[in-house]
Design a protein around this ligand. Structure first.
Ligand code: SF4
Length: 187
């Protein structure tokens, strides 16, 4: 497969996934960007649950992010809370309703069946391959990785558990599975 063909296939796949996500969101009166912001907030850690991080992750302007978050808050899908130390920083937390909605939306209809048909590659191999393509594209385009904490070069293993080498704060077993705006892969 040529680079152009790979690009076209990925583009069509992304479009299809987006179309499915859009159709799902519209059933609940949500725009695609609102669904994407909500989904991100269910996956990110406490250093990344701010309006600024949502904008960085989705590549959106401050105005679009602000409107989307307002709509999600009005629908009771997320709450806003100022940071304990710096009141200018706002943390965003999906509500139970918001979490339940994203759980229903995460699995694209028919993906399992389509993967089974390919037969030549396992789910794990495909995930690893796609992650590696994503990482490569992020590096080339100078984008933040937003990787899972347990794969970050600042994640330190201490006898008492994981610690973030940047903030020097302890990380729980759940924290290390979440994605982070400060994430960097080992060199
Ligand atoms: S170890 Fe890395 S990914 Fe984890 S919280 Fe710290 S900076 Fe973020």
């Amino acid at each position: 497969m040529s680079e152009q063909e790979a690009n076209d296939a990925l583009e069509r796949l992304c479009n299809l996934l987006r179309m499915e996500a859009r159709a799902f969101g519209l059933r609940f009166g949500l725009q695609p960007v609102q669904m994407e912001a909500l989904k991100y907030l269910t996956q990110c850690n406490r250093y990344s649950d701010t309006p600024q991080a949502v904008g960085e992750y989705l590549g959106l302007t401050k105005g679009t992010v602000s409107q989307s978050l307002k709509a999600l808050e009005q629908k009771g899908l997320l709450t806003k809370k100022p940071d304990k130390q710096d009141k200018r920083v706002i943390h965003l937390t999906p509500t139970l309703k918001g979490n339940n909605l994203t759980k229903k939306a995460t699995q694209t209809k028919g993906l399992g069946r389509a993967l089974a048909i390919t037969n030549s590659i396992t789910d794990t191999e495909l995930t690893q391959m796609l992650r590696s393509v994503l990482r490569g594209l992020q590096q080339v385009n100078g984008r933040k990785a937003f990787g899972a904490c347990h794969t970050c070069r600042f994640n330190e293993q201490h006898p008492e558990g994981s610690v973030c080498g940047l903030t020097h704060e302890p990380l729980s077993a759940q924290d290390v599975q979440l994605i982070c705006r400060e994430h960097q892969y080992p060199q």
